[in-house]
Design a protein around this ligand. Sequence first.
Ligand code: ATP
Length: 408
Amino acid sequence: MSDESKIKIELPKEHEFRFDVPQNSTISLKQQLVEGTAEYFGTELALGVAYQFDNEKGAIFTWYPGCVLELVGNCKHYISSETMMKEYLNIHNILQQNRTTALNEKKRGPRVMMVGPTDAGKSTLSRILCNWAARRGSQTIFVDVDVGQGSITIPGMVAAQEMTQPTPIGRVEYTASNPLSYFYGAVTPSENIPLYKNQVENLARDIDARCDDNEGAVRSSGLIVNTCGWVEGPGYQLILHAIDTFKCDILLVIGHPQVYEDLNRTYGSRGVNVIQLPRSSGVSKRDQGYRRKARTEKIKHYFHGLSEDLTPHTVTLDFKDVVILKVTPSTQKGTRLMEITPSGEVTHCILGVTYHATSMENVLSNNLAGFLYVSEVNVEKQKITFSSPSPGPFPSSYLLMNSLRWLK
Ligand code: ATP
């Protein structure tokens, strides 16, 4: 089949059309709905619109007979009846009932957490539930504490975003406007567990404040929290910490009976609804290389836009105009920040720009304004050059650094 061959697919009721557009290829797949109705991870496809998928694995699903898709492009694909969508819909219906009750009783809405190993389908289920809720007019807060594949700002951060609209199709990323994002700066929580926990707590504090400020849809719509796939040993302890910190009352445990048993034993008696779900057969395994490439792509999209048609600003500053604070491996007392003089070590780093930071003490507990990429350090001239989505000036001179780098 040539790249541009066009085929029609009749998708039976309650079936998924699964596809895998490979990484490291120039193939992109265009799909459109020519008859009937269909959705992509909870977002409805519009009739006659061509959606482009690059480097993406996914599934188009229909609830009704009469769905016809047209495909242009070449990739692995197949139709499956083994879908979890009905189970997911049952959960969504419970959440909608809880949201209505919460609105009427002026209480906080359901706080749901996904738990499971890597490649269990946690991000996908989060996305489906957020999209269905948005289609019903809810304003769920999507919380992503998966620093490895975080989708709200860039990987390496813990972040949250109000979901007022379903996610656009053909983009894995959430198009976050005004996200809450806290600096962690590494792609695995094991690198600095105290800092990771601190940042989860900072995020939860600001989410609670946001919910309590709003008596309407935001407070009653609740949270959907996506977590890392590290569910063993210290990773399990981090899951417990996140459940308690976000005050979750529904746990969806995907593809790990032992973790389900453990969580149910601990939380079942405390009024938390712990639900076990099998892993969908459509979820793909992604190796380390795939994950690394996916992270690089997300950082690229931050600086160059989703269509990669934007050019970031180049900003050169004197060393004296910036304070680079490096997160050092934590002691039991918590994380230490060390001011460093720019050198080759900083080149290629991604730095977090803080809002309103007046002193070193509170920089880590502040929401981030954005990110800079260090493209050059000139020690002789005492100049540092950044790529930045904004031309500056930046809201504060404090720039946070950890191990996160962008090696293009
Ligand atoms: P991790 O914790 O490792 O980041 P995860 O548990 O969040 O992984 P997902 O990202 O949801 O897993 O799913 C893994 C991959 O499988 C994704 O590329 C996703 O798009 C794909 N996928 C999920 N469900 C399906 C499906 N039903 N059909 C085809 N692909 C799917």
